[in-house]
Design a protein around this ligand. Structure first.
Ligand SMILES: Cc1cc2nc3c(=O)[nH]c(=O)nc-3n(C[C@H](O)[C@H](O)[C@H](O)COP(=O)(O)OP(=O)(O)OC[C@H]3O[C@@H](n4cnc5c(N)ncnc54)[C@H](O)[C@@H]3O)c2cc1C
Length: 388
């Protein structure tokens, strides 16, 4: 068995790449090896689905802006006779609260976003208090509000790309890739537990499992699997008309239902490893709750209704994506290291990698996120500190 392109991992990255390959060159043979078609542990299935323009790096802003454009016509473009995907974007807005320590980074991000024509506002503490009376502004200098930011049904997007790719000819194989084969400096295929599959090009988009597949090739990725727990919380605070709130610490609350919020906080102490058991309620009560109730006093009365855990593939070098062909191994492409913001990058990264594999010019240059910086150990930082 052999294909022009074999993609390992059928999450948002692998499926978007498969779609973009076949949408632009229907003559290609493309296989996607996805060992778990239920996506039980895939980060794409466990994401918060937040899409935000509010990044500091121009590339990250352009990536999200492209996703927002894609969302406008996604259902029409991805519709197949079997399925019409409705990602149902909700533009409730993201409000990033800023303290003195974060002012410079916030202002710099705001300037870049505005220079690119994005709609993002600076609200000083008085304006925040007037617009969102539920918040106390003690210790804050203000906040940035992106009215176009919001949340999306991630599974609709994943199914949309997957089923459209299949309708264009992609073969999804419920198989585990156990290794990548190379010869004379180029990739030649992948192994499965029972077989070898030949490939002209291989894209490894296996999420947090990607480093393990590449280590035998001598590729040492600075990417670790970090477990993040999200709590679904009932409260007295009605979500209607309220944005998602992100505190300077990185703790956040996202509107989920009428009075229900999704709450989480990425901490350095989060467990590393392939574990999907959510952290206990004590972590919510001892750590997250006091932090949120300090800023939103009405969160004093809360009830955790459920929780889930998924993996961030955290790039410990700089917290940004690593996308592109691996130097020295022709035809081997990677998509990894999304560090908690990869769902919204699926459309642009999938398109970029499809262009790279086909040798086509790029609609959006993402070479700054290429693997060479990892080999050189030169970080491309969004801004110091927070990874959400
Ligand atoms: C709790 C949480 C909240 C998040 N919130 C956001 C957010 O609000 N906004 C945002 O943009 N991002 C968010 N993210 C990050 C985002 O979900 C990920 O960056 C993104 O989904 C990564 O997609 P992927 O396709 O690279 O990986 P995955 O979705 O993990 O897909 C990888 C696939 O590869 C398969 N696979 C692995 N190894 C093999 C193998 N050897 N052979 C065959 N198949 C294999 C797996 O089964 C899996 O389906 C969040 C993540 C988590 C965990």
């Amino acid at each position: 068995m052999a294909f022009d392109v074999v993609i390992v991992g059928g999450g948002i990255m692998g499926s978007s790449a498969a779609y973009h390959l076949l949408a632009t060159d229907p003559t290609l043979s493309v296989a996607v090896l996805e060992r778990d078609p239920t996506y039980r542990f895939a980060s794409t299935a466990l994401t918060d689905g937040n899409v935000r323009i509010q990044f500091n790096l121009e590339e990250n802003i352009r990536i999200s802006r492209y996703t927002m454009q894609v969302l406008e016509t996604f259902a029409d473009e991805m519709e197949t006779p079997a399925f019409r995907p409705e990602p149902a974007p909700r533009h409730e807005g993201n409000l990033f609260l800023v303290d003195e320590a974060g002012r410079e980074a916030a202002m710099s991000g705001l300037a870049t976003q505005r220079s690119l024509g994005c709609r993002v506002e600076w609200l000083d503490a008085d304006a925040i208090a007037a617009a969102f009376p539920a918040l106390t502004t003690a210790g804050l200098v203000g906040g940035t509000f992106g009215p176009d930011d919001g949340r999306v049904d991630a599974n609709a997007m994943l199914r949309g790309y997957r089923l459209k790719a299949i309708s264009l000819g992609a073969e999804y194989l419920a198989l585990e890739a156990t290794g990548i084969i190379t010869a004379s400096g180029r990739v030649t295929g992948v192994t499965t537990p029972t077989d070898t599959i030949g490939a002209g090009a291989v894209l490894v988009a296996a999420g947090a499992w990607t480093p393990g597949l590449l280590t035998p090739l001598g590729i040492d990725l600075p990417v670790i699997p970090v477990m993040r727990t999200v709590y679904v919380v009932g409260s007295t605070v009605a979500t209607a008309g309220l944005p998602s709130w992100f505190l300077p610490s990185g703790a956040y609350a996202l509107p989920e239902g009428a009075r229900t919020w999704a709450m989480a906080w990425s901490r350095d102490t989060d467990p590393i490893g392939f574990d999907f058991t959510p952290a206990g309620h004590h972590r919510f009560e001892d750590v997250l709750w006091p932090e949120l109730a300090d800023h939103v006093p009405a969160f004093d009365a809360l009830r955790v209704e459920s929780s889930w855990a998924g993996l961030y593939d955290v790039n410990t070098l700089d917290g940004n994506a690593i996308v592109g062909e691996w130097p020295g191994i022709a035809g081997l492409h990677v998509a990894v290291g999304f560090s908690g913001h990869g769902f919204q990058q699926g459309p642009a990264v999938g398109r970029y990698l499809a262009e790279e594999i086909r040798g086509a010019s790029h609609a959006l240059d993402l070479s700054r996120f290429g693997p060479q910086r990892v080999i050189d150990g030169v970080p491309v930082l969004e801004h110091a500190g927070r990874i959400i």
